[in-house]
Design a protein around this ligand. Structure first.
Ligand code: 3H9
Length: 689
């Protein structure tokens, strides 16, 4: 007997019941059980129809992702779905929860599908760098037409059961309270009415109109070119849908299989699968168990109504929590609240929020000019500018104001949280909550654990992060934590490279082509070159300082490292080129040709090296957490899996060799981390730690 699949009977209807927690992924054992069940039901003359039903929280959530990259186990999913479709008796899929990927493909191979209204269907494979590889790309367009099919497979976003019913993916919506009974009743109807064995593969009407019209697919590619940039999987998905329209079913399946194999054994999918598991690992903290009690947070205080404070406040208001925002001056408070309102209203204008929602959220925000008004808050986040003296003063005042048991957090991006905590008599309630700008949009939250932070406080901050839709990464105290600390060597090398021979646009192009949304100089122009700069203190020693002195302060002034037209399109600047040439000469540097390879290695391998030091010092729990920081906070391309994963993909031995070579040439900044040396000597990787 198969331990996870059981064949039961309800009169003439056989129920193939699957119970493989947590998400009924289609593991080898499940696949075997399905084939065996269909076979038995087929052989039993008293069975007239089969209901395929999953127990627990969901219908199959897809193929078992952990099997990819390992030796294949029989029967493979494409064979299983063919076997279901070829059944001589009608098979009815009963959908609830999330019917995803291979799960939805299994359902599409059934002859009928019923679903509860709360169910969701989708093909998320593209998010794993894959395509639906068990007939999904061929069956879906036959049900919904190529345009909708392309949208579904390339976005990976699930649709509601109601939408699935409207599109023809689901035949009937049934009572939420008893899916199985409804599915059995539906099966009885199919038998009683002698309905045909409906095979999706035989349908043609939804694809016929697009046949011989490549322009439909090209238009889709063009419209999504920016979104798809660098990714292999979206294009492969589109090719399969195109084949579904233009080729016979079996030909389309052959192409789907071939392209799936190529993707699943490729580097991008390996990276994206790594990210899938890393995103789930990140919540697990070795010395803080899942059942650690958290502290109730019903009211939040935020100090500072600037860009950061405002964005942070929006997160909590969005989650329905009341927030008191404290500012020092009435104008600043008014300005801050005004910006928040405008942000919400612009979301409403785009149709993504109702005006009632805007008012509801604004109603949760209270402005104040007195720290004392934070006395009843359960969590207070300080978001004033980066100045240790000011932060210390605020925390020592807060200590006197905040109620006992309140969590005091700093949004510092670099400073020592232990020093800040030491200003209070309750350092165990102090930690860092480092949001990324714009804080209402960016998914990353670095939760900074001080040396005295209580475990319940850490658990509460992580759980709050989840509640407000962030991906929270626990990090330790050091200058810049994980993200900004690793940004430093990249920035340092970028600045040196332009003095040694490259131009800002060369460095930016290499990093853009690598997959970052923009390079460091374009980024600096966007953020404003004068952050932290003043004319009085400017020494005119760096390109950035000279540009500021010439009032080229970035996009906002129409010029920075680049020249900008009225639409903010960047163009390399002759003037900047000259500034850089002069600066090199002034510093006595003989400029030379610098290869793209050198730019990439010096910017990225130094980051990997810094990441290794971060691991060595225990600042991050695991290397995959570092990857999550960089993907969610700094635009590292997800198809390269994060800097630590990328380092392993390149080969740690190679990274070490190159660092050594640069160390010999440029000195100690390239000195390899001891951990990197050790791992390479032992033939191990970061993931073995
Ligand atoms: C595919 O189907 C390819 C086919 O087209 C072709 C084949 C030839 N496999 O997310 P959660 C684990 S590709 C293995 O925290 P939730 C997950 O790691 C697949 N494991 O729960 C976690 O483990 P742990 C297409 C899986 O309620 C636990 O289950 N399908 C899989 O927040 C709970 O997960 C997908 O991409 C899996 N397929 O969300 C769907 N799924 O507890 C991927 C989950 O040890 N899954 N696990 O950390 C999801 O999107 C979400 O898990 C889901 C539930 C929405 C289902």
């Amino acid at each position: 007997m198969n331990p996870v699949v059981e064949l039961r009977r309800d009169g003439e209807i056989a129920v193939l019941a699957v119970n493989s927690p947590p998400v009924n992924a289609l593991s080898a054992q499940v696949r075997e059980g399905i084939v065996e069940g269909i076979r038995q039901a087929g052989a039993d003359a008293s069975v007239k129809a089969v209901v395929l039903h999953c127990e627990g929280r969901t219908f199959f959530a897809g193929a078992d992702i952990s099997e990819f990259g390992k030796p294949p186990k029989q029967p493979m999913l494409p064979e299983v779905v063919d076997f279901i479709e070829a059944s001589s008796k009608p098979v009815i899929a009963a959908l609830h929860g999330t019917a995803l990927g291979g799960g939805l493909e299994t359902a599409l191979a059934c002859h009928y599908r019923v679903a509860v209204p709360s169910a969701k269907c989708g093909f998320p494979e593209v998010k794993l760098g894959l395509l639906p590889g068990a007939g999904g790309t061929q069956r879906l367009p036959r049900l919904v037409g190529p345009e909708r099919a392309m949208e579904m497979v390339t976005s990976g976003s699930p649709i509601s059961a109601k939408a699935a019913k409207e599109m023809g993916i689901v035949d009937e919506l049934v009572d939420e309270s008893d899916l199985l009974a409804s599915a059995i009743a539906f099966a009885r109807k199919v038998v009683a009415e002698n309905r045909p064995l409906k095979k999706v593969r035989d349908l043609d009407d939804k694809i016929a109109a697009a046949r011989g019209k490549p322009e439909i697919f090209d238009a889709f590619r063009k419209a999504n070119a920016r979104k798809f940039r660098g990714f292999q999987a979206p294009e492969y998905n589109v090719r399969c849908i195109e084949a579904a329209v233009n080729q016979p079913f079996d030909e389309g399946i052959r192409l789907e299989r071939q392209l799936f194999q190529e993707l699943v054994s490729g580097e991008q999918s390996a990276a994206q699968r790594h990210v899938f598991f890393a995103e789930r690992q990140v919540w697990k903290i070795p010395d803080i168990s899942d059942d650690t009690p958290t502290l109730p947070v019903k009211k939040v205080g935020v100090i500072g109504a600037g860009t950061m404070g405002g964005g942070i406040s929006m997160n909590f208001a969005n989650a329905g929590l009341p927030v008191t925002i404290v500012e020092a001056k009435p104008e600043a408070l008014e300005r801050g609240l005004g910006v928040i309102r405008r942000n919400y209203e612009s979301t409403a204008k785009k149709g993504r929020m109702s005006m009632e929602d805007v008012e509801r959220r604004m109603g949760l925000l209270t402005g104040s000019l007195k720290l004392e008004d934070l006395a009843d808050c359960d969590l207070i986040i300080e978001a004033v500018f980066e100045n240790m003296a000011i932060k210390k003063e605020i925390f020592s005042k807060l200590d006197a104001i905040a109620k006992p048991g309140a969590i005091l957090a700093s949004n510092t991006s670099y400073l020592n949280v232990n020093e800040i905590a030491a200003m209070t008599k309750r350092p165990e309630y102090v930690l860092g909550m480092h949001f990324f700008s714009p804080a209402n949009i960016m998914r990353l939250l670095e939760v900074v654990r001080g040396e005295k932070t209580d475990k319940r406080v850490v658990a509460t901050a992580m759980q709050l992060g989840r509640q407000i839709g962030k991906i929270a990464v626990l990090v330790g105290v050091c200058h810049g934590f994980v993200g900004n600390r690793m940004l430093e060597p990249r920035q340092r090398e970028a600045n040196r490279l332009i003095l040694e021979g490259a131009m800002p646009w060369d460095v930016d192009r290499v990093l853009y082509e690598f997959g970052f949304p923009m390079g460091p100089f374009a980024m600096a122009d966007l953020a404003g070159l004068d952050i932290g700069w003043s004319r009085e203190t400017s020494k005119g020693e760096t390109a950035r300082e000279i540009l500021c002195e010439q009032d080229r302060r970035g996009q906002k002034t129409g010029a920075g490292f680049y020249d900008y037209d009225e639409n903010r399109n960047a163009k390399p600047s002759k003037l900047v080129e000259q500034i850089i040439l002069d600066l090199s000469a002034k510093k006595g540097i003989t400029r030379r040709e610098i290869s793209d390879q050198e730019i990439l290695e010096r910017c990225v391998y130094t980051m990997i090296n810094e990441g290794a030091k971060i691991l060595e010092e225990g600042i991050a729990i695991r290397s995959s957490d570092i990857d999550i920081v960089w993907i969610n906070g700094y635009g590292w391309p997800v198809y390269r899996g994060g800097p630590m994963f990328y380092g392993e993909q390149v080969g740690l031995g190679k990274v070490l060799d190159r660092l050594r070579a640069y160390e010999a040439k440029f000195g100690a900044d390239f000195k390899p981390a001891a951990l990197l040396e050790r791992l390479v000597a032992e033939g191990k990787g970061f993931r073995d730690l």
